[in-house]
Design a protein around this ligand. Structure first.
Ligand SMILES: O=C(O)C1=C[C@@H](OP(=O)(O)O)[C@@H](O)[C@H](O)C1
Ligand SMILES: C=C(OP(=O)(O)O)C(=O)O
Length: 674
C-alpha cells in the first residue's frame, strides 16, 4: 500500500498479465456477520483483508466472537444470537456493509435481550443517511437514538420491545443496505412467528439483495419473496453455519482491470482471476457495459480475460442503477470514447464515501473533460487533450482506483499535446476495499517511461540515506548501486577471485544469485546485508569497480531496477552512465571532514572500532580512485544539481530534493506538502 501524500502515475502504456483479485467486500462482511450470529465455527476462505472487513472483525470480537486467522482461512466461532457483552462502543469506519447490518442486528438483540450499544464511524459515515433503517427498526419497537444528527450515525441502541404483528416497513430508494440489514437481522426475531418486510418506494441497487438472499440461504435461511416488494422470514429461521465458505473475488474491484483490458490490452489480454461468469455479485454485469463500449471479454466461472476491441471506445447511454459501484469506472472510460457517455439513475452516488457525482465531475474537469452533472446522472465528453492533474480522492477508494485509468492518455488516438502523468492524492484510501490496488496495477502495465532520480556522490556523503528517504516519500523503488559492487566484492572474496581479475569478476557478476527483500540483500539465499556494510566490503567495491567489463555486466541489472512508479538510484555513475535520461540528477557532496565524522559516528554506534583520521585518509584515497578511474569516473553529470549537505540535516536535504523534483512536475507544488 502507498501510505504517502500522493502517488504520481507516469503515462502508462499497454497492459498484459494476470491479476488475482482480493475477496468481495459485500460477500466478506455479510459472511462475517452471519458467521458471527451463528452457533459453532465457520471457516471463511479468502476473506477480504481491508479496512471495511477489519472494522467488522473488530466489532464481532468485541461482541464475543472468537476469530482465528491462518493464511487464507478465517475461523469464526459465533455467538449463537447471544452477545458476550450487553454494552459496546463500536467503531465502524466508513463501512456501510458493517454499519447498516450491525445496526439492525444489535437493535434487535438489544430489544430482545437488553443491551446498550453505540455504533459510530469516521466523520463521513456520520453524513451517510441511515434514517430509513432507523425508522424501520423503531417501527418494530427498537429503541434507537441518533446521538448526533437525526437520521445519521452515531447511533445508540438501547433495548425496546419488539412488535412483530405488523410487517416491518423500510424505504428502499436511498440504499439497498437497509433492506439487506433487516433481512440479515430479523431471523433473530422469528422465534414465535414469521416476520414480514415491506419495501416502500423503488428499491435501488437490487443485485445486492440477491447477494444477501443467496448468502442467507447458505446459512439455512430461506426467504420467501414477492418480487422486490415483500419478503418473509419463516418462523423458526435459525442461522446454521455451512462449515466452510469460499469468498469470491470482488467484482467491483474487477471493473478497474476490465477497463484496463478494454483500454490497454492490445497485444495480449488482461486476465482477472477470482471472479467470472459464475459470480453472485451484481457488479459482474459491468462486463456487459464494458462490452457495449467495445471490450472483448472471454470468461470462465471464476476468471475473465479482457482485451481492447473497439478503439476509441464506443459511447454509451446506460441506466447504471444495478451496478452503482462499478459504474464509476465507466465515467473514466468515457474519456476514451467516440462520443459523450451518459450514466443514468445514479443518485445513490451522492451518499456514498463522498458525493461521487460531484467529485467525479470536479476531477474529470481537472483533466480537461467537459462534464454535465445532474441530480442523478453524469454526462462525460471524451478528451482529445489531457491535462496533467492532481486528483483529489475524497477518502474514496473508488475515486483513486477509477481515476488511475486516466494515466493511459497516451494511448488515445489522435491525442493532442504530450502524454501526461496523473497524480493520485492520498492513495492509501484504496485500503477500504483493495489495499494493494496500485501494486496490482503496476504488475500488469507497461510504462511508457519510468521516472528516475539519480543521486551520485562520493563515499559517506549520505547518498544512501537521502535516496531511501526520497524514495519513501514518493513511493519509488531504490537502487543502491554501490551495494551491487559490494555484493560482487563479497562473492569474489568467497570464490577466491582476485580484485585484479576483470574477466572473472564480470563473469561472476552476470551469474549472481541476488535477491532484495525490502532493505535486506540476499546472496544465494543468505542475508548478507550487514556484511556488505563493513568497511572492507566498501574498499573492495571501490577496487573492483574500476573494471569496464564488470561495469558492463552490471549495467542491465541496474536498468532492471527502473520499475513503476519510479526509481531513486544512488551511486557514482547513475546520472552519467546508467540513467543519463533521469528526470532529476543530484550530485551530493560534503567536505571530507564532515563525511569522515559521519562515517565515524555510524561505525561507533554499531560498536565497530574506528579512528577518525584513518577514516578521513581512506575516504580521500577512495575519492581520488573513484574520480580518477578511466571508466565512469565519479563526476557530476553536466545537468546535475549540486547539493553540499555538510551543514544540512537529512530532513532538509530530503526536502531540497523533493522540492526540485516537484518543480519539474507539471502539477505545481505537491498537494499535501511534505
Ligand atoms: O450491500 C452491499 O454490499 C452494497 C450495496 C450498495 O450500496 P447501496 O445499496 O447503498 O447502493 C453498494 O454501493 C455498496 O458498496 C455495497
Ligand atoms: C459504497 C461503497 O461502500 P459501502 O459499503 O461503505 O456503502 C463502496 O464500496 O463503493
Amino acid at each position: 500500500m502507498y501510505a504517502i501524500p500522493s502517488l504520481d502515475l507516469p503515462p502508462l502504456g499497454h497492459a498484459a498479465g494476470t491479476v488475482r483479485l482480493p475477496g468481495s467486500k459485500s460477500i466478506s462482511n455479510r459472511l462475517l456477520l452471519l458467521a458471527g450470529l451463528s452457533q459453532g465455527c465457520t471457516t471463511l476462505v479468502d476473506l477480504l483483508d481491508s479496512d471495511d472487513t477489519r472494522v467488522m472483525l473488530d466489532a464481532l470480537r468485541a461482541l464475543g466472537c472468537r476469530i482465528e486467522q491462518d493464511g487464507r482461512h478465517t475461523r469464526i466461532t459465533g455467538i449463537a444470537g447471544h452477545p458476550a457483552v450487553d454494552r459496546a462502543d463500536l467503531f465502524l469506519g466508513n463501512a456501510g456493509t458493517a454499519m447498516r447490518p450491525l445496526t439492525a442486528a444489535l437493535a434487535v438483540l438489544a430489544a430482545e435481550q437488553g443491551g446498550d450499544y453505540v455504533l459510530r464511524g469516521v466523520p463521513r459515515m456520520h453524513e451517510r443517511p441511515i434514517g430509513d433503517l432507523v425508522d424501520a427498526l423503531r417501527g418494530l419497537g427498537c429503541d434507537i437514538d441518533c446521538t448526533g444528527q437525526e437520521g445519521y450515525p452515531p447511533l445508540r441502541l438501547r433495548g425496546g420491545s419488539l412488535r412483530l404483528d405488523q410487517p416491518v416497513r423500510v424505504r428502499g430508494d436511498v440504499s439497498s443496505q437497509f433492506l439487506t440489514a433487516l433481512l440479515m437481522a430479523l431471523p433473530l426475531a422469528t422465534g414465535q412467528q414469521p416476520v414480514h418486510i415491506e419495501v416502500q418506494g423503488e428499491l435501488i441497487s437490487k443485485p445486492y439483495i440477491e447477494i444477501t438472499l443467496n448468502l442467507l440461504e447458505r446459512f439455512g435461511i430461506r426467504v420467501e419473496r414477492q418480487g422486490w416488494q415483500r419478503f418473509t422470514l419463516p418462523r423458526g429461521s435459525r442461522y446454521q453455519t455451512p462449515g466452510e465458505v469460499h469468498v469470491e473475488g470482488d467484482a467491483s474491484s474487477a471493473s478497474y482491470f476490465i477497463a484496463l483490458g478494454a483500454l490497454a490490452g492490445v497485444e495480449a489480454p488482461v486476465r482477472i482471476e477470482g471472479v467470472g461468469s459464475a459470480s453472485i455479485q451484481g457488479d459482474i454485469r459491468f462486463v456487459e457495459a464494458a462490452e457495449a463500449m467495445g471490450a472483448q471479454v472471454v470468461s470462465g466461472p471464476n476468471w475473465l480475460e479482457v482485451r481492447r476491441g473497439a478503439w476509441p471506445l464506443k459511447a454509451i447511454d446506460l441506466d447504471c442503477n444495478h451496478i452503482p459501484d462499478a459504474a464509476m469506472t465507466l465515467a473514466v472510460m468515457a474519456l476514451y470514447a467516440d462520443g459523450p457517455c451518459t450514466l443514468r439513475n445514479i443518485a445513490s452516488w451522492r451518499v456514498k464515501e463522498t458525493d461521487r457525482i460531484a467529485a467525479m465531475a470536479i476531477e474529470l474537469r481537472k483533466l480537461g473533460a467537459e462534464v454535465e452533472e445532474g441530480a442523478d446522472f453524469l454526462r462525460v465528453q471524451p478528451l482529445r487533450r489531457f491535462a496533467a492533474a492532481s486528483i483529489h480522492t475524497y477518502d474514496d477508494h473508488r475515486m483513486a482506483m477509477c481515476l488511475s485509468l486516466a494515466a493511459f492518455n497516451a494511448l488515445r488516438d489522435g491525442v493532442e499535446g504530450p502524454a501526461v502523468p496523473v497524480r493520485i492524492e492520498d492513495p492509501k484510501c484504496v485500503a477500504k476495499t483493495f489495499p494493494d490496488y496500485f501494486e496490482a496495477l503496476f504488475s500488469v502495465v507497461r510504462p511508457l517511461s519510468v521516472p528516475v532520480i539519480t543521486i551520485d556522490g562520493p563515499t559517506a556523503s549520505g547518498k544512501g540515506t537521502l535516496a531511501a528517504e526520497v524514495a519513501a516519500r514518493l513511493g519509488y523503488h531504490t537502487l543502491d548501486s554501490g551495494m551491487l559492487y559490494r555484493v560482487v566484492g563479497l562473492a569474489a572474496t568467497r570464490a577466491g577471485i582476485a580484485a585484479s581479475d576483470e574477466a572473472g569478476l564480470a563473469a561472476l557478476a552476470s551469474r549472481l544469485q541476488l535477491r532484495f527483500d525490502g532493505t535486506r540483500v540476499l546472496l544465494a539465499g543468505e542475508d548478507v546485508t550487514d556484511l556488505l556494510r563493513e568497511e572492507g566490503a566498501g574498499v573492495m567495491a571501490s577496487q573492483i569497480s574500476v573494471w569496464p567489463a564488470l561495469r558492463t555486466a552490471l549495467h542491465d541489472l541496474q536498468c532492471g531496477f527502473r520499475q513503476l512508479p519510479g526509481l531513486v538510484a544512488d551511486g557514482r555513475d547513475m546520472g552519467t552512465v546508467i540513467f543519463p535520461q533521469a528526470g532529476l540528477k543530484v550530485f551530493l557532496t560534503a567536505t571530507p571532514a564532515a563525511r569522515a565524522e559521519r562515517r565515524y559516528k555510524q561505525l561507533i554506534s554499531k560498536g565497530i572500532p574506528a579512528k577518525l583520521d584513518d577514516l578521513r585518509q581512506d575516504l580521500e584515497a577512495r575519492d581520488a580512485r573513484d574520480k580518477g578511474r578511466a571508466t565512469a569516473p565519479l563526476k557530476p553529470a553536466g545537468d546535475a544539481i549540486l547539493l553540499d549537505n555538510s551543514g544540512l540535516d537529512v530532513d532538509a536535504s530530503v526536502q531540497r530534493v523533493i522540492d526540485w523534483w516537484s518543480e519539474r512536475q507539471p502539477f505545481g507544488h505537491r498537494a499535501e506538502g511534505r
